[in-house]
Write a new protein. Structure first.
Length: 297
């Protein structure tokens, strides 16, 4: 094992943890892509949080005198849809819904997947059962599983988030299990076991804290998948229901006017793409910043 890897996985004091946090932040700030993606996400989150107050119009407010108006129309900066609803306002509220679903879905996946992954990696008898459960879920494609669960539970924001979160559990289990197996083989964990520490103590004080970086990276990678999943569910009518705004429902209602008013479909689609891309880029940058080998570069 390299010196950097050993230092990265050994128990640390509060002072050392603070020093490592500063090192990670410094690495992130020296990456233009990380700074750009974080800035984009920060702006998106602020807009989503303040959307009910800063949106020019209520999302369901109609203006039949300006239906399918192009971007730049007075009073409708990004145009309007077939019912005269302001596209900018609906994108802002739809982005809020997408981020809510992404956060709730990932939280659901972590709350269930992390304990199961720790148990699978640490307890050999539990590994066989949990791994077979994971393989069973992985037999179904992510979106197929999410669509099936959403169809069973009914269409709503909460049900969409839960369905997507459950579909993401297998990935979390496999990542956490793999890192737990790695950490379990390290000297400081073996020393704690030999010293008589209980399994719960070893998992909570040694394994889990050193697996946080892997979990954080997995969360940043899972959020864009959840955002895309929400868009697909809403597009199919299994997610957020009208009149509540959603980027997916905007795409569904705009598809029949794609030739006459392409902006009504392009703009929400572009918003989904930028959100997913920003999360993926920041997740990759965060992974590189947390990688001990990066300190050699």
């Amino acid at each position: 094992m390299s010196v950097d890897s050993a230092l990265a996985t050994a128990p640390v004091s509060d002072g050392q943890a603070t020093s490592r946090l500063r090192l990670v932040v410094r690495r992130l700030t020296h990456s233009p892509l990380a700074v750009l993606s974080f800035a984009l996400l920060a702006v998106a989150v602020v807009i989503a949080l303040l959307a009910p107050w800063i949106a020019p119009y209520a999302p369901e407010q109609t203006d039949f005198a300006h239906t399918l108006s192009p971007p730049g129309t007075p009073g409708h900066l990004l145009g309007s849809d077939d019912l005269g609803r302001d596209v900018l306002s609906r994108i802002m509220l739809g982005m809020r819904a997408s981020l809510e679903v992404g956060a709730l879905a990932v939280l659901t996946a972590l709350l269930i997947g992390v304990p199961l992954g720790l148990a699978a990696g640490y307890f050999r008898p539990a590994d066989a059962l949990i791994s077979r459960f994971t393989d069973l879920l992985l037999a179904f494609p992510f979106l197929i599983l999410a669509v099936g669960l959403a169809a069973i539970r009914g269409a709503s924001l909460t049900n969409a988030a839960v369905a997507i979160g459950i579909a993401q559990i297998p990935g979390v289990i496999r990542i956490v299990r793999s890192d737990t197996l790695r950490l379990k083989s390290l000297d400081f964990v073996a020393a704690a076991i030999v010293d008589g520490a209980s399994d719960l103590w070893v998992l909570s004080r040694h394994v889990l804290p050193n697996a946080v970086s892997v979990i954080l990276v997995q969360a940043t990678v899972a959020i864009p998948s959840a955002i895309l999943g929400e868009a697909v569910l809403s597009f199919l009518g299994l997610g957020i229901q009208p009149p509540d705004p959603s980027l997916g429902t905007m795409l569904a209602s705009a598809q029949q006017f794609a030739v006459r008013a392409p902006w009504a479909a392009v703009l929400p689609g572009l918003t989904i793409m930028l959100l997913a891309l920003a999360f993926n880029v920041f997740g990759d940058s965060l992974r590189d910043a947390l990688d001990p080998k990066a300190s050699r570069q």
